[in-house]
Design a protein around this ligand. Structure first.
Ligand SMILES: Nc1ncnc2c1ncn2[C@@H]1O[C@H](COP(=O)(O)OP(=O)(O)OP(=O)(O)O)[C@@H](O)[C@H]1O
Length: 244
């Protein structure tokens, strides 16, 4: 049985079907790419999975138990953890305290939270800025920090929304390496990204969405070469040209 079974999810905003009957499975230990042109419904689907938006229809089960309708706090406790496209950290707290607070909120004891925060900062090459306020860090460092916060208590599934956007290539490499290492150790990920070389490199399997529906899924290379997927991305490019 899949770790996460997503069936027939629908989410409407007024007359717009942002997610239109999307179904997919996320297997234990896999690193699944979730791709698709701008506006295809990827972020909205993640928002439904993490409890930040109610769905209009469909079902989501984790380990076979229905979790649709739970709120973000309940889902976080069950191990469904979400990293946002827009970085969300406490700017007036140090990088170290940001992680410690997150660990305490997830139920760690103080000593455990300190230890894991130090380990994660080291692993993410942020030890040299650990006592700076998060507001003093670069955008990329803040993103790495938020990313690290997701792993203070390793989740059942980490939902990452564009973690590499606007991140310096060296930090991007640090993040990719972290994802690769954790995945090799059994961590399950869903990775939303427009960075195709990284998706190809990291994700053996991908799902491509378009207009709220699943357009193709399977081996990432095959998905990217599928005529329907190429057409969907070309459609996006010609729409961009029309607006210039
Ligand atoms: N809160 C909202 N209210 C109204 N429309 C919304 C809202 N959130 C998203 N949408 C619309 O829903 C559609 C899907 O958006 P979504 O952000 O899920 O796509 P996406 O695939 O994540 O896009 P991108 O790759 O650009 O981030 C878009 O047409 C978007 O404008």
């Amino acid at each position: 049985m899949a770790l996460l079974q997503i069936q027939g999810i629908e989410k409407r905003f007024g007359g717009l079907r942002a997610v239109d009957g999307a179904s997919m499975d996320v297997h234990q230990g896999e690193l699944l790419g979730l791709i698709g042109p701008n506006g295809s419904g990827k972020t909205t689907l993640l928002n439904v999975l993490s409890g930040h938006l109610p769905a209009d229809a469909g079902s989501v089960s984790l380990d076979g138990k229905n979790v649709l309708g739970l709120n973000p706090t309940q889902l976080t406790r069950l191990g469904v953890l979400r990293m946002f496209q827009m970085t969300r950290v406490f700017n007036r707290m140090t990088a170290f305290d940001n992680l410690v607070v997150c660990g305490l909120a997830l139920g760690l004891h103080e000593a455990q939270a300190y230890e894991r925060a130090e380990q994660l900062l080291d692993e993410l090459k942020l030890s040299h800025v650990m006592y700076l306020d998060a507001g003093q860090l670069s955008g990329g460092q803040r993103k790495l920090l938020e990313f690290g916060a997701c792993f203070m208590v390793p989740p059942r599934v980490a939902l990452l929304d564009e973690p590499f956007a606007a991140v310096h290539p060296i930090m991007k490499e640090t993040m990719s390496e972290f994802i690769r290492r954790r995945n090799a150790a059994g961590q399950t990920f869903v990775l939303v990204s427009h960075d195709m070389p990284v998706v190809v490199d990291l994700c053996p399997r991908s799902v491509c969405m378009n207009a709220g529906k699943v357009l193709a899924e399977g081996n990432t290379q095959d998905v990217l070469q599928s005529p329907a997927v190429i057409e969907a991305y070309l459609g996006e490019e010609s729409e961009e040209r029309d607006h210039v």
